[in-house]
Design a protein around this ligand. Sequence first.
Ligand SMILES: *Cc1c(COP(=O)(O)O)cnc(C)c1O
Length: 333
Amino acid sequence: MKQLDRFPRQSLAHLPTPLEPLTRLSDHLGGPRIFVKRDDCTGLGTGGNKTRKLEFLMGEALEMGADTIVTVGGPQSNHARQTAAAAARLGLGCVLVLPHISKFQSPTYDCGGNVLLDHLFGAEVHLVDNEEAAAEKLGEVVMRLHGEERTPHFIPAGGSTPVGSLGYVAAVEELLGQAESMNLKIDHMLVTTGSCSTHAGIVAGLAALNRPEKVIGVSVYLPGEEPVASVRDKARETLELLEIEDVDLDARVEVSPDYRGAGYGEPTPAMVEAVKLVAQLEGLLLDPVYTGKTMSGLIDMIRQGRFQPSDNIVFWHTGGTPALFPYGELFTA
Ligand SMILES: *Cc1c(COP(=O)(O)O)cnc(C)c1O
């Protein structure tokens, strides 16, 4: 899409990511044909969806003269880990403020998985109790960096800005090109809806290209109807950035609140079942916080008869596998 060329972009991801059939899972469920878009294979620091956003977010940060990236997320934030890796790759400093935003706890929650990788990538890591403490710590960090004559640049949780969503506008174009060369007509896509900007980027991309494919989000963070408004607003902001107006987004935004469980990062039995099933049928690792819940949604929707057996479904694998380790006790029982 030529409108994307106006934005500064740093190459960070291994692209295109593969689009692969999940034949044994499709057979097992006796439903539609399921394909997986392997954005867990974006390559940077074990990969994931934030790397596509960071190509544009880091482009923006460097254009603004930043020398240190500051961001936030839960202790097992995949966004924080990919930001730390991107900063290392680009020779920038990185400060991570990680509040406890999930009720889930385990012996390695604050030191293993993504937190271990944050340290390895050389980030300065601050674990704090809650979001209030995070706001306070962020203020402190930015003041200190200015005092050291550094130029900090703040990226919000999840890399969730319209510029970040451009990564998924580009990803939609990539996927549609792959599908076309495979002669594959996509009927539905499923994506995990967290901070909402991945889903919003996909919706914006499909709208910008005037495409009929439907995308169903599975919310793992916001409850009830909240993510619908958030995805719609973020998709609109992304289209505005691209100078595309007058697009009706209402019919394009669907988010299911039914597979989130008690809250963000809190396991559900269906998530555990879905992660095990896909590992054992396909040799493919999902994650306990995001894609495992979304896959539990896909499995349930198939069982409820939501799709035709002839439908082609694309599941966006947005990464997150490092979090399997701090959640490991769930899978060994
Ligand atoms: C962040 C994340 C998501 C959700 O993306 P948002 O843009 O925040 O909605 C999904 N899956 C994984 C593994 C993630 O790390």
